[in-house]
Every structure is written in C-alpha cells, then in structure tokens.
Design a protein around this ligand. Structure first.
Ligand SMILES: Cc1ncc(COP(=O)(O)O)c(C=O)c1O
Length: 296
C-alpha cells in the first residue's frame, strides 16, 4: 500500500509569512481573499540542492516581475526575500527540496477593483522527490496533447508566473493523467507547440536542439540554463515556432523546469500519430550537465 504524503496544511515546520516566521499550521488566509476569488496571486517554484538554492535571485526577481505584471508590488525587496528564503529553508532543515514563494492580494476589497488591497507574501520549503519519478528518467514520459491552448499575449499576462494561468494546466493535466499519460503538451493559440503543463519543451533534430520561442508562455529559468549548457557543449540551439507535424522528424525530446529538472519524453500520442523518442545522447548529456550544475 502506498502512503500518501500529508496534506500541505497539516505539517510540522515553519513558514515565512509577511515578515514573520509562523508555525506551519498557522499560515492561514481568510476565505474572502482577492487572491483566491480573482486570481490575484503569483508564485515561484525553486529548488534547493545540498543546501544551495539554485538561481535564487532569478526566481525572486521573477516573483517581483510577475507581481508587477498583475499590477501590484511586493512590499519586500529581492534581497529581503532572498534572505527570508535562505532562512526558512534552514529553519525547516531543508537541504534538498522545493521552495514555494507566493504573493497575493488580501481581503480589503471583495470586488474586481483593488486600489485598497494589501499585498501578502509567504515562503514555504519542503522536501521533494523527483517530480516525475525514477521510471520517467529511464524510459521517458508518455505525453499527449492538451485539450487547452496557451492564450495569446493580448488575452492574459502570459509571461507572469500567475496562479490564474494554471487553470488550463490543471484541467489538461487531470484529463490526460486520467487517460494514463504522464503530462500534456500544450499547443499555443496559433497551433504551434508551446510547453507542457509545468515545464518547457525541447526536441533534438539532426543533432541540434529545437525549442519553441517563448512568446506566449513562461521562458523558464531551467530552459535558459539548458540552452546555455547546450551551447557550452557546442550543440546548436534553435528557438523557433514548431509545428506539431515536426515531431515526426525529432529523434529525442525532453521537458525542463525547476520541478521537472530535465526529464526525457518517451512518446507523444496525438491525432497525428504516436511519436516515439529515444532517451538519447543529447538528452542524457543535458540531464547530466544540469544535475552537475545544480549541485556544483
Ligand atoms: C507553465 C510552466 N512552464 C515552464 C516552467 C519552467 O519554468 P522554470 O524552469 O523557471 O521552473 C514552469 C515551472 O515553473 C511552469 O509552471
């Protein structure tokens, strides 16, 4: 029998909450909260390896940038949040795990208008195993296309890591996992390949890495790291719009993300066919280089 992890509101430990360290179970919000009702909420997903937080400042800066894209300012500087992140990971004895900073509008106004809203910030840290499990690392993920598309930049602040943008990710992930897949690959509003529900997409074609231009979805920190790592290895990286039909010409494919790290894709099943990929040389090299870098 597999034991499920404890609910996230019922754990031992501490959470950094609006400048104070509070007991884990006391980090509460009121039900009449703008973040909850109207999606005024941004967050981050950061990893800590051997006690070092990988690209901490990039993540904290992105939290600030995401908040600005939603029209609010986090009342703590990047430096203050960096220190709070380091402190709360240490206070919880987390040396290898996941960190979740989050910022949201409070309860002053239960309406669309938010001119009097306060801004709240919290940082949580917990131990986390591999996002996709060991089997995926060996064989590759089984993906299919999502029923939802990434929206155009004219319809949403698409570059923010904002809670509201994850509605279609959850709908897609639940649907495809219920059908036996590991994750969904999302097309964008034009029909190009965009990204998975919580990770960016790469494929290998003729010894080069191809990845979608992030013009309507998150340009992941891991994505940018992998591009740098590939270039260091002399691998040509092409950022461009990718049509789903082009999957037929790819020999390898993988996902990247702070949680997903570098995870190979074994197959993508869709109306166009069942595309199969090898966990090949370039994929393995990127998995290794990324793993070495985050622990260096
Ligand atoms: C929708 C989405 N795309 C891409 C990524 C990858 O971003 P990063 O590498 O910065 O974690 C994530 C994870 O944060 C994500 O949730």
């Amino acid at each position: 029998m597999t034991t499920l992890p404890p609910s996230f509101d019922d754990r031992d430990g501490y959470i950094w909450y609006n400048g104070k360290t509070v007991d884990w179970r006391d980090a509460k919000i009121h039900v009449l909260n703008h973040g909850l009702h109207y999606g005024s909420c941004v967050f981050e997903g950061t990893r800590i390896y051997n006690g070092n937080i990988f690209k901490l400042t990039e993540h904290t800066q992105r939290l600030h940038d995401s908040a600005n894209m939603l029209g609010f300012t986090i009342p703590y500087s990047v430096e203050e949040l960096n220190q709070a992140t380091i402190d709360i990971a240490a206070k919880n004895n987390i040396t290898d795990g996941y960190i979740r900073p989050v910022a949201w509008r409070g309860s002053e106004q239960m309406a669309i208008r938010t001119d009097r809203s306060s801004i709240h910030t919290a940082i949580c840290a917990w131990e986390m195993p591999k996002y996709f499990g060991e089997e995926a690392l060996m064989k590759g993920l089984k993906l299919t296309f999502a029923p939802w598309k990434r929206p155009s930049p004219e319809t949403e602040p698409v570059h923010a890591k904002a809670a509201g943008l994850y509605m279609i990710c959850t709908l897609s992930k639940n649907k495809v996992m219920d059908e036996g897949f590991d994750d969904a690959l999302m097309l964008d509003y034009r029909g190009y390949i965009a990204e998975a529900t919580g990770a960016n997409f790469f494929m290998v074609m003729d010894g080069e890495l191809h990845t979608p231009t992030p013009d309507c979805f998150l340009d992941g920190i891991t994505r940018r790291t992998v591009i740098e790592l590939a270039k260091k290895r002399g691998i040509n990286v092409v950022e461009r719009h990718i049509q789903p039909e082009e999957l037929a010409k790819a020999s390898q494919a993988f996902l990247t993300g702070s949680a997903a790290e570098v995870t190979p894709i074994g197959s993508i099943e869709c109306e166009l066919g069942n595309f199969e990929f090898k966990v090949g040389d370039i994929t393995r090299q990127m998995m290794q280089d990324y793993s070495d870098l985050v622990r260096s």
